[in-house]
Design a binder for this molecule. Structure first.
Ligand code: PMV
Length: 323
């Protein structure tokens, strides 16, 4: 095989953001926004990347110089993923990669992790190196830590396994949940948030109030465990209550924002079972749970606060080969 095309899904955090960074579980679902990646073997021992959507054209580097500065912003995840794959599975020649996604990286849907996962999966197929899902996860998670130094790996797991999963820090537990439907509404704040910066702020808070903050993380774990059962039973009333309680703790951690809160309250007032922020907070997206009848009213209320509705399907397949 000399070339291959794969795709990996983006993700939405349902429960347990922030506490999952501190050895607690979370629940994440894969969505139908996908990153597509084509990889091709080339003779010269170089790495070539084209990612036109983020302004990367013909970024070229000798394989021996991978992960050495300068690294073009936006190229790091694919470059480190190639390097990590080749370190553990040495190959001759070079690689040309092209990426394209059907979603904007501004939503905070995890395009970088999807790119790392797609790269590892594509190279394993291209070089005929059989990797289990857990091995793909481990190499892609290593890549994410190489680039951003922090993160639980939940987004990597969603891109590898797909579906909806119960996940604990670093992949200590990756348990697929039996979900058949989930009537989720997603609203985008229009604000781009820096996860690393927010993680830094919560760390500072934890240093100042260790007992308080670790208790919040432990309580969020209780919410995640209850939500696991409620989601599988499609007990939307309970799922909604748990979303609201989770949001309360996220407010207490200081990671909500006036815009997120306005969108969340608007959704609840329009009849949502529950609503919360999704991901690191401050900006990016919020999610609300509503049934078929209330969906449009909830969407309009979110829009009324200046939020943008993003139509996504949840519980989508993980990384896969594309024809
Ligand atoms: O907003 P995102 O997709 O970067 O999600 C961050 C979720 C955190 O729990 C805050 C960090 C993590 O890696 O789990």
């Amino acid at each position: 095989m000399s070339s291959i095309k794969v795709s990996a899904p983006a993700k939405l955090m349902l429960f347990g953001e922030h506490s999952v960074v501190h050895n607690h579980p979370c629940i994440v679902t894969a969505v139908d926004q996908r990153l597509y990646l084509e990889a091709e073997k080339i003779i010269e021992p170089t790495f070539v990347l084209d990612a036109p959507q983020i302004g990367i054209k013909n970024y070229t580097k000798p394989i021996v110089k991978l992960r050495k500065n300068p690294i073009k912003p936006g190229a790091a995840f694919v470059e480190f993923a190639v390097s990590n794959f080749l370190r553990s599975h040495k190959q001759l020649g070079g690689i040309r990669i092209k990426t394209k996604s059907n979603f904007s990286s501004k939503f905070g849907f995890g395009s970088s992790s999807a790119a790392a996962v797609a790269t590892i999966a594509a190279l394993s197929k291209l070089y005929n190196v059989a990797l289990t899902k857990k091995q793909i996860f481990d190499l892609a998670y290593m890549t994410v830590l190489d680039v951003q130094r922090a993160g639980s790996g939940f987004d990597v797991a969603a891109a590898v396994y797909g579906g909806t999963i119960y996940f604990t820090t670093g992949g200590k537990q990756i348990i697929p949940l039996k979900i058949t439907s989930l009537p989720l509404i997603v609203g985008y704040t229009g604000i781009k948030a820096s996860t690393t910066q927010i993680l830094h702020q919560t760390e500072e808070k934890e240093k100042k109030y260790p007992k308080l903050i670790t208790t919040i993380y432990k309580n969020i774990e209780e919410i995640v465990d209850e939500a696991k059962t409620a989601l599988e039973k499609k007990n939307w009333k309970n799922v909604g209550d748990l979303m609201n309680i989770n949001q309360g703790y996220l407010e207490a951690l200081g990671v909500s924002s006036p815009k997120l809160s306005a969108m969340i309250y608007a959704a609840r007032e329009a009849g949502a079972y529950g609503a919360k922020l999704s991901g690191a907070g401050v900006g990016d997206c919020m999610i609300a749970l509503g049934n078929h009848n209330s969906k449009f009213i909830i969407q309009n209320s979110i829009k009324g606060t200046g939020g943008q509705i993003i139509n996504v399907k949840v519980n989508e397949p993980g990384v896969r080969v594309e024809k």
